[in-house]
Design a protein around this ligand. Structure first.
Ligand code: BEZ
Length: 371
């Protein structure tokens, strides 16, 4: 039988009648600029329609970066600060990005009719194959925050072969226990939905500090025209099932995972516990100082650098792609890490607030990094 051979196909773009090569180039550039501004699509799924926005052009043999936002946010309010951060461009130019908006969270989304059955988080995860099929993508690197991190983890558990890596910020893999429910019900008696969601996103210290960022997000959530939809996503989050992760057990994430949490974040304990349930040879744990509840908003620089090392560990970012600064930092940290490497699989590495440096860890080390 003839062997299959990999062939390089170069796309031939015929000129339109009367079109000069210069005009064709300009049209192509315009199309590319349009792609870089993001193209929004919707697909029908068994659980209703879902909207997502695609940036960049697909790169052969590269997974797409697929993001999933937290409750109270949409892809822009959750990820724009990170993905438009200067140093991030060096990374994302190598990947197509698919930013999913949970149903009813997209800009201008109409309010669902009364009695609408909002999908559970498991069902939100089950919508992802429809998105990938529509785009004809076979593999992703997932980046999720809070409820979005849970959705992507659930997807990774059910479709392990399509997930090359996961960045999980503020993940809580456990279902609410009865104590959590009691506390939730009590808070609900005195607080509005928007205040409860703000308490999920930010630490009490941040909320009482009332910085410009907090004012901005308080304003966004309190005045959201789709607040009723947000409440439905919030309810699905609170009704999530336990992911039942078990280190060494049947239910575990198989891909490299970077867990991220702020050291003052409301979900710190949950992320620490999640770390204890994952395979230490596949997991990096990044605990960020001075980042509050939403490190992707407050510390995009540190997170970008950590993401770069995470991708490098997966073999995607050759050091030649890195800035000179990052390269020199990696060199010094790699030698430091190798001293530590013999001691234990699970490493704790610290760094100062200013440096923002992160160790380049080969997959196979759990790193707790206090930035
Ligand atoms: C991106 O380039 O992936 C991006 C741009 C704007 C908002 C969010 C993401």
């Amino acid at each position: 039988m003839a062997e299959l051979q990999e062939v390089q196909i170069t796309e031939e773009k015929p000129l339109l009648p009367g079109q000069t090569p210069e005009a064709a180039k300009e049209a192509e550039l315009a199309a590319r600029i349009l792609l870089d501004q993001g193209q929004t699509h919707s697909v029908e799924t068994p659980y209703g329609s879902v909207t997502f926005t695609v940036y960049g052009t697909p790169k052969p043999k590269r997974p797409a970066i697929l993001t999933y936002h937290d409750v109270g946010l949409n892809y822009k309010s959750c990820f724009q600060s990170l993905f438009q951060f200067g140093d991030m461009q060096e990374i994302i130019q190598n990947f197509v990005r698919v930013h999913v908006d949970a149903p009813g969270m997209e800009e201008g989304a109409p309010v669902f009719p009364l009695g609408y059955q909002y999908p559970s988080l498991d069902q939100l995860a089950d919508m992802i194959p429809c998105i990938l099929q529509y785009l004809n993508f076979s593999a992703i690197i997932g980046v999720g925050v809070g409820a979005g991190a849970y959705v992507l983890s659930r997807y990774a558990l059910t479709h392990p072969d399509t997930v090359e890596g996961l960045v999980l910020i503020n993940i809580d893999p456990n279902a609410k226990g009865w104590m959590d429910w009691a506390a939730h019900k009590l808070t609900g008696l005195t607080s509005s939905i928007s205040e409860m969601i703000l308490g999920h996103l930010f630490s009490q210290e941040e909320l009482s500090g009332n910085s410009e960022l907090i004012q901005k997000y308080r304003n966004i959530i309190t005045h959201a025209p789709n607040l009723d939809n947000i409440e439905l996503y919030w309810n699905s989050y609170n009704n999530r099932r336990d992911l039942n992760l078990e280190r060494g057990g049947a239910v575990t994430l198989k891909c490299p995972v970077m867990l991220v949490v702020g050291d003052q974040a409301p979900h710190e304990d949950a992320v620490v516990e999640c770390n204890s349930k994952l395979d230490p040879t596949q997991t990096s744990f990044l605990k960020m100082a001075d980042s509050g509840g939403q490190p992707q908003l407050t510390q995009p620089g540190k997170l970008t650098e950590a993401f770069k090392y995470f991708l490098q560990g997966m073999g995607y970012m050759a050091s030649s792609c890195m800035t000179r600064l990052s390269r020199s930092r990696t060199a010094s940290l790699t030698s430091a890490a190798s001293i530590d490497g013999n001691r234990s699989r699970s490493r704790t590495l610290s760094q100062s607030s200013e440096s923002g440096t992160l160790p380049s860890g080969p997959p196979g080390h759990t790193m707790e990094v206090s930035c």
